[in-house]
Ligand binder design. Structure first.
Ligand code: IDP
Ligand code: MG
Length: 139
């Protein structure tokens, strides 16, 4: 996996509120190329596995419930310095702490329902992309 890619999900709250187009537009306008894209829904087993690193945290059950309650948009994005630049674009986990103009500041309701996911490392970007996409679905 090249190091100029990251993985994102537009989470169920963002999809429910009709923000798919606006968020994808902002991502594109910020210089990211979409190289994989789908509307999908995670099963409970999927969400437990995807967020296994958080299994001991008090919010794990709530997180799995939230992430499985409706469809998400999964995408792989390409740009120089993709992982770090995308984390900057989405803003802090808690939208109350997110910088002005970030996706979470604009579209997230709370620390739990925070509209969007962004990988935290090149290694996790590759793992998370492969979790959601077959090789032939990534361009
Ligand atoms: P990140 O998404 O900014 O990387 P993480 O700490 O990796 O944040 O947490 C993963 C996800 O778990 C968050 O995006 C959010 O949906 C949820 N989460 C994190 N902290 C809390 C919390 O304190 N309460 C409820 N949900 C949380
Ligand atoms: Mg994280």
């Amino acid at each position: 996996m090249t190091t100029n890619r990251t993985f994102t999900m537009l989470k169920p709250d963002a999809v429910e509120k009709g923000h798919i187009g606006a968020i994808l537009d902002k991502i594109s306008a910020s210089g990211f190329k979409i190289v994989a894209l789908k509307l999908t829904q995670m099963t409970t087993a999927d969400a437990k596995e995807f967020y296994a690193i958080h299994s001991e945290r008090p919010f794990y059950g709530e997180l799995v419930e939230y992430m499985t309650r409706g469809p998400i948009v999964a995408a792989v994005l390409e740009k120089d310095n993709a992982v770090e630049d995308f984390r900057t674009l989405i803003g802090a986990t808690n939208p109350a702490d997110a910088a002005e103009g970030t996706i979470r500041k604009l579209y997230a309701a709370s620390i739990g329902e925070n509209a969007v996911h962004g990988s935290d490392s090149d290694e996790n970007a590759a793992i998370e992309s492969a979790f959601h996409f077959a090789g032939r679905e990534m361009f």
